[in-house]
Design a protein around this ligand. Structure first.
Ligand code: ADP
Length: 265
């Protein structure tokens, strides 16, 4: 395989020789003002290396979504920095941020957000069209094959199962060859079996195509598909596990999802 298959250098260069795909240094986000301030992120420093699949876990209200939104340039931190590659997001104008999101970041959400009147193929290339970019047919072909959508391209979302629809959303996120994909509870709307299918496909995209994925999840089984799990509690990173197994993840969740924590259950 040539390096052309690994546009971000994961095949031939060790990931640590390159700047991280995304990183935060002392990232702090305070919502509100005055006495009712909520510190959603409290000096978070973390890096997400290229070609890795990372899960972000933590109790509800621990800052997972805020971290993802600040890293993806959808929200701005109160202080500290967030970078995509070596680009410091706070230095970018709104227009440059929009361009960065379109060109360098892919998003997968819990709700698939497919347009019901468009075919699968049209849904996959829609963001590229909006950005005025021409799809790379060879790359699209590879993506469609990897996600098992070859015989579904002319279907409409309503003719597909939930798992298939989420695979279309994954293909749409990948279509522009993003440097990093942020996935927010990507299996939250799926049954166990379709969820497992989507997660193992995400794992394959990382291992076979060198994709970088950062996924927020509350599901310990979903987290075991990742190479690394980062735990947030009360706006801080409190632990991390590499090559996680479900027992380790559960044990960590029990430790931090405590009454008196951000919410507790
Ligand atoms: P998680 O994704 O882990 O559930 P969030 O990042 O959504 O956590 O939220 C972290 C904290 O910030 C919570 O206390 C939440 O209530 C607060 N928060 C999130 N978004 C806002 C907002 N737009 N305005 C005020 N508070 C917010």
């Amino acid at each position: 395989m040539t390096s052309a298959h690994f546009p971000h250098g994961t095949a031939h260069q060790p990931p640590h020789a390159l700047p991280a795909a995304a990183s935060a240094v002392d990232l702090t986000k305070v919502y509100g003002g005055g006495a009712r301030d909520v510190t959603a992120l409290d000096r978070v420093t973390v890096s997400f290396h290229r070609g890795q699949f990372t899960a972000i876990m933590g109790p509800s209200g621990s800052g997972k979504s805020t971290l993802m939104q600040c890293l993806a340039g959808l929200d701005s931190p109160t202080s500290g920095s967030a970078r995509i590659g070596d680009l410091e997001l706070s230095r970018l104008s709104d227009r440059q941020l929009t361009r960065l999101r379109r060109e360098r970041i892919g998003f997968i959400f819990q709700a698939f957000h497919l347009l019901p009147t468009l075919t699968v193929a049209e849904n996959i290339t829609l963001p590229l069209g909006i950005a005025g970019r021409r799809p790379d047919p060879q790359w699209l072909d590879q993506v469609v094959t990897a996600l098992g959508l070859r015989d579904r391209l002319t279907h409409r979302p309503g003719q597909l199962s939930g798992g298939q629809q989420q695979r279309v959303a994954c293909a749409r996120a990948l279509a522009g060859r993003p440097e990093i994909i942020f996935a927010d509870e990507p299996t939250g709307n799926l049954d166990t079996r379709s969820g497992a299918e989507v997660l193992s496909l995400l794992g394959q995209l990382v291992r076979q195509m060198g994709q970088t994925i950062v996924m927020v999840t509350h599901d310990p089984v979903a987290a075991t598909y990742a190479d690394r799990v980062v735990f947030l509690a009360d706006g801080s990173i409190v632990d991390e596990i590499r090559q996680p197994d479900a027992d380790q993840v559960l044990e960590c969740m029990k430790r931090f999802d405590r009454p008196g924590g951000a919410r507790g259950h």
